[in-house]
Design a protein around this ligand. Structure first.
Ligand SMILES: *Cc1c(COP(=O)(O)O)cnc(C)c1O
Length: 364
């Protein structure tokens, strides 16, 4: 590896990329994979058949470029999101990671700053360096919560051009109150700050947890980012999307690659959205497993953070690496996110969750 790094460093790599490691959750082949917050429920049969039929139909037209504006998909996403949104408000790309990258390409760049609040999604600093945007951080409380006052203060102190609020937050799993989003938006007025709420896990939130979609009306600097990778069980299809004012989507048209969403991707996503009900039925099941993990970990004397997502972040682990390894030895892969005393586990099917809990009980 260091030899490889040395050879890499002889290339005329951009200065801000030198010494960086690529994003890399380990992709190991073990029976129970609970490490990257995928939806481990297989696609329902009806959905997988509908997608296959849609892809087959799209295949006949692959000699032509796809609809550059993916209008049908934007309409389907707007219908799914509700809140009075139309296709003018919606944008999509190959995963919400690409959506975020396009936002940084349009609104970040040299001389501009992206503010976020670690521990949070590890891709934000990497997307910042990829677009030569400075990454700055604001502090959370010791229990990893974030108050409206602290968040707004960080915006003023950093004069950030872009803020990403992850809600529910990865890796802690907890959703933010809308008061935090509003306070960040207001604090950003002075600097014309773009505020992104990354709601990759929104569908897993407890009933009554509000979405920042509620705040979009009249806030042209606010963007709500979503994905089909988690609740819709489509991580392999690579479809992420956002809702924002129409002028935001116009800004992204300036940086997207032509025809960035393939005809196959568009057909897959539209077919899946046609079957949203069947897909979201699994979400209820996963939420049940998530709540079960929180309650059983508490019984084990561990300290799970409140979770509105499909994963649980828990503290009170005296030797996280040994526990991680002990689980792996039993064929259960979870995530060591590098925070002392803590681990993160994805809620899987009932059987997967049971395998995790049984092994963990032996280890702690
Ligand atoms: C999983 C995840 C995403 C989704 O990424 P995709 O590119 O859509 O697969 C986005 N944000 C966060 C915080 C995530 O955990």
């Amino acid at each position: 590896m260091s030899d490889q790094l040395e050879r890499l460093n002889r290339l005329p790599l951009r200065d801000n990329l030198r010494g960086l490691e690529p994003y890399g959750a380990p992709q190991l082949h073990v029976p129970v994979l609970l490490n990257v917050n995928e939806n481990t429920h297989p696609l329902p049969d009806s959905v997988h058949k509908a997608i296959a039929a849609a892809v087959e139909a799209a295949a006949t037209g692959l000699n032509r470029y796809p609809d550059r504006e993916f209008t049908q998909l934007r309409q389907a996403l707007a219908r799914y999101l509700g809140h009075g949104l139309t296709e003018e408000n919606v944008w999509a790309a190959n995963g919400s990671n690409e959506v975020l990258q396009q936002i940084l390409q349009a609104f970040g760049g040299p001389g501009r700053r992206l503010l976020s609040f670690p521990p949070t999604y590890s891709m934000y600093p990497l997307l910042a360096s990829g677009t030569d945007t400075e990454y700055v951080t604001g502090a959370r409380s010791s229990d990893f919560s974030l108050t409206a006052e602290a968040a707004a203060r960080a915006v003023r102190e950093s004069a950030a051009n872009i803020v990403i609020l992850c809600s529910p937050n990865n890796p802690t799993g907890t959703a933010l109150g809308l008061d935090v989003v509003e306070a960040v938006y207001e604090a950003g007025a002075e600097y014309n700050t773009m505020v992104i709420v990354d709601e990759a896990y929104a569908e897993f939130a407890h009933t009554g947890t509000p979405s920042a979609l509620e705040l979009l009306q009249g806030r042209e600097r606010l963007i709500v980012s979503r994905t089909m990778s988690k609740a819709f069980a489509l991580a392999g299809a690579r479809v992420g999307y956002l809702a924002a004012a129409p002028e935001v989507t116009d800004a992204l048209r300036l940086v997207r690659l032509p025809y960035h969403l393939s005809a196959i991707t568009q057909a897959t996503a539209v077919a899946a959205l046609d079957h949203a009900d069947a897909l979201l039925a699994n979400v209820e099941d996963i939420k049940g497993q998530r709540d079960r993990i929180v309650s059983e970990l508490t019984d084990m004397g561990l300290r799970p953070a409140p979770s509105d997502s499909n994963f649980v972040f828990f503290g009170g682990v005296s030797n996280p690496h040994a526990v991680w390894q002990g689980l792996l030895d039993a064929g259960v892969l979870i995530r060591d996110v590098g925070i002392p005393g803590h681990l993160r586990v994805t809620a899987g099917t009932e059987a997967e969750t049971t395998a995790f809990l049984n092994r963990l009980r032996e280890l702690v």
